[in-house]
Each structure stands twice: as structure tokens, then as C-alpha cells.
Design a protein around this ligand. Structure first.
Ligand SMILES: *[C@@H]1O[C@H](CO)[C@@H](O)[C@H](O)[C@H]1NC(C)=O
Ligand SMILES: *[C@@H]1O[C@H](CO)[C@@H](O)[C@H](O)[C@H]1NC(C)=O
Ligand SMILES: *[C@@H]1O[C@H](CO)[C@@H](O)[C@H](O)[C@H]1NC(C)=O
Ligand SMILES: *[C@@H]1O[C@H](CO)[C@@H](O)[C@H](O)[C@H]1NC(C)=O
Ligand SMILES: *[C@@H]1O[C@H](CO)[C@@H](O)[C@H](O)[C@H]1NC(C)=O
Ligand SMILES: *[C@@H]1O[C@H](CO)[C@@H](O)[C@H](O)[C@H]1NC(C)=O
Ligand SMILES: CC(=O)N[C@H]1CO[C@H](CO)[C@@H](O)[C@@H]1O
Length: 763
């Protein structure tokens, strides 16, 4: 036995010693920028690990030197590991491809259901005193969209240091007073794990994917009257405020976004002097390892340190818990909700019965004619397994039997998205597809001109019963109609990623929720060709879903607060939005999730944004860079590393443990472990008065059954010279039920109401 083991390890040593390591793309992160670092310093460092005979590899693909310090380069694993031990190197990690937050490979949200902008009236235009610049890190921009017209906008702010990069299809004159900057990046070497793939070299900031155009028009699009998607969702399209400026940083292509390029885009955006960065991109929840090996978390940390706010989508991997990403405490993390609008395509059966289905389609079918109706299982190809045929699995249906019929399938096999099922039916020349969805997926699917609708299991089984009890069942799918003023709304979107974060349960994530289902926003013409029926004039707008569309709503809302309170830091703006968020829907009932249960903070954060209320929050929780550094200590990063990031001689507190993270001055409270036997646990917070100078606030607590919550002191008073006051919250879970308990504490005075949500895991 031991002999065999020895033999095995012998072979292992041989094989690793003889294998030639292929260089891959790595990011070498070196902490805070200490002023401009010359590229030659980084080349010098590289030359100490790369052998002389491979000198051509001593070359830097990205050089970071504004917000942070570091570079990316092609390295072997050994070279990378050697570099990671060097002085001044915080982390070395393989570059990876992050995904746009509207698509995912095993998607519940379909490729088609990309993101786009909410119809008007979401945010009121507001008198602003400060000219906010929003940096969109995304797939670039379609400058010609009416959403980026600059009518009525004043001079570009003098502090702006960005550029409008040109390309074969993009001229300097494509930028204007609304779209003030556009950059693109040469994305040459990118690798996923050990598989190095060559990516296209970009030549222009133009958006060829559509994602960046949608998100930018949501955050800051101009007013566009009569925007609609083929007549649906008609109204005035506009972003957070028509007056905000946009700078586009094209870090992504349709293949995704290399982390090394996102980091470069953040570095540039900070240098260019944007106020807020919006990122609707991320890795998969299951690939998260460490905040300091995550390019978005690293970039966002340094942006925050330099006074630039970073807003990110929380991901589309819901509804399972522990799926939220972009969950560092210095990131504003956004969940998605449905809004009060739905899209339905009715199914009309041969027997005259009509059922409601959910879809966005351009079906040309009418009431007057019906088509043969068949269940996938009954028209299976030879030898194909029944579960596959009942789910429209590729290759499982007999094209001869499908042709000319309306097909009914179940939504089995999560990897086979709605897009694929639609293609399976369409390729076999089906007349239409009725999908029976076991889960309410809440985001209507855009099937373009192909007749499609999606029904729940109750209706689904009625349709199957009709098929089974009729010799010649038939049906038709009617064109989509918009159903306005849906109740209840908002509702947590099914796909929205859920907390807690796998990286720490002592910060509540996601932070907040915003509209992210069937949002109308600007698109690129290419995007539209696919959906337009013959001869139809493209309208320039489309409906898309995903936390990608929710994030720029929060970016726009943050910009609104910034425009009215230019001196506020990002943590003050975040706090203002969080403590004023609403937890009630349009029926004045507590917010719910898509299965009609009360929504919990792991689904929606503190609730749905309420941007206008956030302009006057009364009190704010300020979270400082020092707080974030202490967070890193508590989270287990070495002090040496944290010093490299801080630019100072920062010292970690002598007592350092994960539990102490709950004491970071955050606008919500999360406690990963409250032991029943240990009595009261004390949490500290401090609040800053931004409202009337002489005021006394009183606290009340909304507590879950059995849990004791005490706020000390119960009243806090602010005077002209007393702006910041500390208080304690004591939690006793000895009689509470085990598991997560949720509630909130409200500080009230006159017109102000400051809500602080808590999540406490009782053991
Ligand atoms: C890297 O290669 C090893 C073996 O060659 C393989 O087991 C592993 O899955 C690969 N990792 C990635 C991320 O591709
Ligand atoms: C790398 O990935 C590409 C596409 O994902 C694949 O075609 C190729 O075979 C992979 N190469 C290696 C060495 O695994
Ligand atoms: C908007 O469209 C409606 C009907 O399509 C039309 O009557 C109206 O004049 C349009 N308004 C503008 C401002 O174009
Ligand atoms: C609907 O459009 C398709 C092409 O998109 C065409 O083949 C079909 O005949 C049309 N059906 C009706 C009823 O007009
Ligand atoms: C809604 O919330 C309930 C209770 O927390 C939970 O059991 C259910 O799985 C949730 N539904 C979705 C779709 O997340
Ligand atoms: C606040 O109170 C102080 C004295 O307590 C008073 O001098 C001051 O005028 C008050 N300020 C306002 C704005 O009411
Ligand atoms: C939502 C949508 O586009 N519905 C269309 C479906 O098709 C009919 C007929 O072509 C159109 O009139 C609807 O507008």
C-alpha cells in the first residue's frame, strides 16, 4: 500500500517537473497607488521571475497606477506564485472572464432577456446644484440613441479629465454634453483557469452587444417621448435624471468581461474623475474565493478610497440562498424586483377556453384560426427519453409530428433555457410554443416574432387535460398585451441572487432592491433586427430583465442624491437610500417574493429604493475607509496586505475575529451567530445628523417573536455642535426561534424616519 503511494507520488513529482507550464494571463495586485508608478518598475519586477530566454514575455498587458497599483501579464503558475510572495504584492490571481448580469450559461434568465430601462416617472427630475458624472463599465455605447441626446445640457464640467476615444465606427463628435467620455480596451490575452483564450481586439467604444446602451440609458438617459417596444410599455423613457453625464468604459464584449480589463476601466474612471461607477457584471457565486482576488472588489475598494461610489448588480442566480455576489461592504449591492407592469399572451383553446400566459411576442396569429395542439411527450422522436421530449430537449421531438402544430412543453432541464426550447420548436417548424413553468420565473421571455407563452402548472395541467380528452385538440396564441398597474408590486424577482454572502454573513447583502424585470431601455439597432418582424421600423427601445437593469436604477438614484448633496460621501449616499427604502408594496402590505411569501432581507436587502425620500434622510451611517480596513482585518487579511492597501501605517485591532464585522458602521446589521445561551450581544453604531440641527430622535424596534432587542440610549439628541452620536443595539435570542430572524429599528423625529434593518442568526 505505502509502496503504491510512494510510486504514485513519484510519478506525480516527475510529471509536474517535466510538464512545461503554459503561461496564462494573471493580475498582479499591489495595493494602493502611491502616485504614478512607472511601467518600467513593473517590467523590472517581471524580469526577476521570467527567465532570460523568454524575455519576450516581459511585457505588461494592463498597467494600473491611478486608483490602485499593479499590472497584468502572461505568467506561468510558478512565476505567479513566486511573485505573490514578493514585498508589496497583495495578491496574484489568474485573470477570469466575468459575465454580464443578464445572461448566464445555465440560465433561468434567458440570453434574450437582456437588460433595459424603466419607462419614465420613476425618478422626478430635481433641481440640482452639482453636475454628476456616471461611469458605466459595460459593453460600450450606441451613441446615436435618442437617450444620449444632449439638448439643454450645460458645459461639460471643468474637472472632467476623460477622453472620447475614436475608432473606425466612432468619432470624437459622437460624444457630446451627455455622453462626455468613451473608452475601449484592447483585450488580447484572457484566460479562464488554465485555458488561455485569445479574445478579439477591440477597436472602438461602440456597443455591439446592447447591454451597455441599456444600462447607460437606465442610469442617465435623456427624456425620450413615446418610446416603446413594438407598442408595448409606451411612455416617456428616461434615466435617473436627464441631466446626468455619462462616460462609457467598454470592458466587455459578447464573450464577457476579463477581470483585468474591468480593473483597468475602474482605474481610468477614477482618474477621469467620475462620481459614481456602475457595474452590472460579476462572477458566479460559486467561484468566489476572496475579496482580494476579485477584480471588482479590489477596484471598488480603491475607487471608494478615492471618493468614487461603486454600485453593482448582485447577480441572477436566485432564488437559492448564498448566491449574492459583489458583496464587499464598500460596494452598493443591488437586487431586482418586478414592477407594476406585466406582459401577457393569452392561449385560446379549440373549445373556446382562454388562459393567461406570460410573454413578450410578436405573434401574427389571430383569434380566428387555431392550429393543432400537441404535448411534447406525444410527438417524441424515436428512442428519445420521455423527460426530454416533455421538456422540448434539443433533438427529442419528431420534426414530422411537430410541423404546423402548437407545442406544449415543460420547463425541465434548467440548462436548456427558454431560448433553446423556442429554437427547438421553431426549427421543427412548430406554429408556436406553450411552456409550462413549474416555478414562477417572473421575467417574461421575449420570443420575438415566434408565438410563445408561458403558463403555471395549474393552467398547464388544464391544457394537457384538454389535449388528452380531445381527438383533435387545437389552440392559438394571441399577441402580447401590456397589463398595467399590477398588484402587488414591487415583488422580489425570482432570478435575483439571494444573501447571505458566502464570503461573510456579518454584513447584510444584497443592500437594496430596484426594478429589474421587463425594463424598457435604449438598444442598438443590431439588437433589434433579431426581434423585428418584416418591414417594421425599429423603435430603438426594448424590454429586458436582470439585476443588470436594477443596478443602474440605483446608480441613477445615487446620482440624484449626489446632485443635491455634492459633499456627501458614497457611504452617506448609500445610507440615505437604505434607511429610506420602502418595505411596503402598492397594496400597502409588506413586500413579498414571487411565491407570495413575505420577502426577507436576504432577498431584497432593506427594501425597494425610494429615491426622492433619500434626498432628506435625517440621519446617515457613515462608513469610512478605516472601517473597511478593519473589516479586512476581521475577515482574515494579513496586516501587511492591509497596509499596502491603505497608504498608511494602519494597525489591525489586537482583537480580530469575524464576529466583529457586525460592528462595522453599516446602515444595516447582520449577525451570523447569536448563541441562545449567551444572553445579550451588543452591537455598536453611530449616526450623523444631516437634517435639522436641533433634534431628538426616539427609537422603536420591530422585533421577531421571542427575540429581545434593546436600543441604548433610547433617545438621541443632536445639537449644532453635536453632529455624530453613538448608540448600542442589544440582541438576546434565548427565546427566539433558531435560524435567521429579521426585524428593524427605526429612529424617528418630526418628518424623519430612519430605518435600520437587522438579520440575526440564532443558534
Ligand atoms: C486546469 O487543468 C486541470 C488539469 O489539466 C484540470 O483538472 C482543471 O479542471 C483545469 N482548470 C480549469 C479552470 O480549467
Ligand atoms: C480552451 O477553451 C476552448 C473554448 O472554450 C476550447 O475550444 C479549447 O479546446 C480549450 N483548450 C484547452 C487547452 O483546454
Ligand atoms: C406619440 O404617439 C401617439 C400615438 O402613437 C401620437 O398620437 C402622439 O402624437 C405621439 N407623441 C409624440 C410626442 O410624438
Ligand atoms: C406569420 O408569419 C410567418 C413568418 O414569420 C408566416 O410564415 C406565416 O404564414 C404568418 N402567419 C399568418 C397567419 O399570417
Ligand atoms: C419566498 O419566501 C419563502 C419564505 O421565506 C420561501 O420558502 C420561498 O422559497 C421563497 N420563494 C422564492 C421564489 O424565493
Ligand atoms: C439650536 O439650538 C441652539 C440653542 O440650543 C440655538 O442657539 C440655535 O439657534 C438653534 N438652531 C436652530 C437652527 O434652531
Ligand atoms: C407585444 C407585441 O409585439 N405584440 C404584437 C404581436 O403581434 C401582433 C400582430 O403582428 C401585433 O399587433 C402586436 O403588437
Amino acid at each position: 500500500m505505502s509502496c503504491l503511494l510512494q510510486l504514485l507520488s513519484f510519478f506525480l513529482i516527475i510529471s509536474s517537473a517535466t510538464s512545461i507550464q503554459t503561461p496564462k494571463h494573471y493580475v498582479v495586485y499591489m495595493g494602493s497607488s502611491a502616485g504614478e508608478t512607472a511601467e518600467s518598475d513593473h517590467l523590472q519586477l517581471l524580469s526577476t521571475v521570467i527567465p532570460r530566454e523568454e524575455r519576450e514575455r516581459i511585457s505588461i498587458t494592463n498597467h494600473y497606477n491611478h486608483a490602485l497599483r499593479g499590472f497584468s501579464a502572461m505568467l506561468t503558475d510558478d512565476e505567479a506564485s513566486e511573485l505573490s510572495g514578493r514585498d508589496g504584492v497583495v495578491s496574484v490571481f489568474p485573470d477570469s472572464i466575468l459575465q454580464l448580469h443578464t445572461t448566464r450559461s445555465w440560465d433561468f434568465l434567458d440570453d434574450n432577456s437582456n437588460p433595459k430601462l424603466n419607462r419614465g416617472s420613476y425618478l422626478q427630475p430635481h433641481k440640482s446644484s452639482y453636475d454628476v458624472i456616471i461611469g458605466m463599465i459595460d459593453t460600450g455605447i450606441w451613441a446615436e440613441s435618442p437617450s444620449f441626446k444632449d439638448e439643454g445640457m450645460g458645459e461639460i464640467p471643468k474637472r472632467w479629465k476623460g477622453v472620447c476615444m475614436e475608432g473606425p465606427d466612432f468619432k470624437k463628435s459622437d460624444c457630446n454634453r451627455k455622453l462626455i467620455g468613451a473608452r475601449y480596451y484592447s483585450v488580447m490575452h484572457a484566460s479562464n483557469g488554465n485555458n488561455t483564450t485569445q479574445m478579439r481586439v477591440d477597436k472602438s467604444p461602440r456597443d455591439t452587444v446592447g447591454h451597455g446602451t441599456h444600462t447607460a440609458s437606465i442610469a442617465a438617459g435623456a427624456l425620450v417621448a413615446n418610446a416603446s417596444y413594438h407598442g408595448l410599455a409606451q411612455g416617456t423613457a428616461r434615466g435617473g435624471s436627464p441631466l446626468f453625464r455619462i462616460a462609457a468604459y467598454k470592458a466587455c464584449s459578447e464573450d464577457g468581461c476579463p477581470g483585468s480589463t474591468i480593473l483597468k476601466a475602474i482605474d481610468d474612471a477614477v482618474k477621469d474623475d467620475v462620481d459614481i461607477i456602475s457595474i452590472s457584471i460579476g462572477t458566479s457565486a460559486f467561484l468566489q474565493s476572496d475579496f482580494l482576488k476579485d477584480p471588482i472588489a479590489i477596484g471598488a475598494f480603491h475607487a471608494e478610497q478615492m471618493g468614487v461610489m461603486v454600485v453593482c448588480s448582485g447577480g441572477n442566480e436566485g432564488p437559492d440562498p448564498f448566491t449574492v455576489i459583489n458583496a464587499a461592504p464598500w460596494i452598493f449591492t443591488v437586487a431586482a424586483s418586478n414592477i407594476d407592469r406585466d406582459f401577457q399572451s393569452k392561449v385560446l383553446l379549440g373549445n373556446g377556453r382562454i388562459f393567461q400566459g406570460s410573454a413578450i411576442n410578436f405573434s401574427n396569429l389571430t383569434r380566428t384560426e387555431t392550429y393543432p395542439l400537441a404535448y411534447g411527450k406525444d410527438i417524441a422522436a424515436k428512442y428519445s427519453p420521455i423527460p426530454e421530449a416533455r421538456s422540448c430537449y434539443p433533438g427529442s421531438l419528431d420534426p414530422e409530428k411537430v410541423k404546423g402544430k402548437i407545442i406544449v412543453c415543460f420547463d425541465g432541464f434548467p440548462v436548456v433555457s427558454r431560448t433553446i426550447k423556442k429554437l427547438v420548436a421553431e426549427d421543427a417548424k412548430a406554429k408556436g410554443l406553450i411552456l409550462i413553468n413549474e416555478n414562477d420565473k417572473s421575467a417574461p421571455f421575449d420570443s420575438g416574432p415566434f408565438p410563445f407563452t408561458e403558463v403555471g402548472t395549474t393552467i398547464g395541467y388544464k391544457i394537457l387535460k384538454y389535449i388528452n380528452s380531445n381527438k383533435n385538440p387545437s389552440a392559438t396564441i394571441l399577441p402580447t398585451v401590456e397589463i398595467p398597474r399590477i398588484k402587488p408590486a414591487p415583488v422580489v424577482a425570482y432570478f435575483s441572487s439571494r444573501g447571505p454572502s458566502v464570503l461573510t454573513e456579518n454584513i447584510l447583502k444584497p443592500d437594496i432592491m430596484a426594478p429589474g424585470v421587463a425594463i424598457l431601455a435604449a438598444v442598438t439597432p443590431k439588437d433589434e433586427e433579431e426581434s423585428a418582424s418584416d418591414g417594421e421600423k425599429p423603435g430603438g427601445y426594448a424590454l429586458r430583465s436582470g439585476t443588470s437593469t436594477a443596478c443602474p436604477h440605483v446608480t441613477g438614484a445615487s446620482a440624484l442624491v449626489k446632485s443635491v448633496h455634492p459633499k456627501w460621501t458614497s457611504s452617506m449616499i448609500r445610507s440615505a437610500l437604505m434607511t429610506t427604502a420602502t418595505v411596503y408594496d402598492n397594496m400597502r402590505k409588506p413586500l413579498t417574493n414571487s411565491s407570495a411569501s413575505f420577502a426577507i432581507p436576504h432577498e431584497m436587502g432593506v427594501g425597494e429604493i425610494s429615491p426622492v425620500k433619500a434626498l432628506n434622510p435625517g440621519l446617515v451611517f457613515e462608513t469610512t475607509t478605516e472601517d473597511y480596513l478593519r473589516f479586512l482585518c476581521y475577515n482574515g487579511s494579513p496586516e501587511k496586505t492591509i497596509r499596502s492597501m491603505s497608504k498608511t501605517n494602519f494597525k489591525c485591532p489586537t482583537k480580530s475575529s469575524d464576529d466583529l464585522i457586525s460592528n462595522i458602521n453599516y446602515p444595516s446589521i447582520s449577525i451570523s451567530k447569536l448563541e441562545k445561551s449567551k444572553g445579550f450581544l451588543t452591537i455598536k453604531r453611530s449616526v450623523t445628523n444631516v437634517g435639522h440641527p436641533n433634534v431628538t430622535y426616539t427609537s422603536t424596534a420591530q422585533t421577531p417573536m421571542g427575540m429581545k432587542v434593546k436600543v441604548l440610549p433610547k433617545k438621541i439628541t443632536f445639537l449644532e455642535n453635536v453632529k455624530r452620536v453613538s448608540f448600542k443595539v442589544l440582541f438576546d435570542g434565548s427565546e427566539a426561534s433558531s435560524g435567521y430572524n429579521f426585524g428593524y429599528i427605526t429612529w424617528s423625529a418630526a418628518q424623519y424616519s430612519v430605518r435600520m434593518v437587522f438579520a440575526v442568526n440564532v443558534e
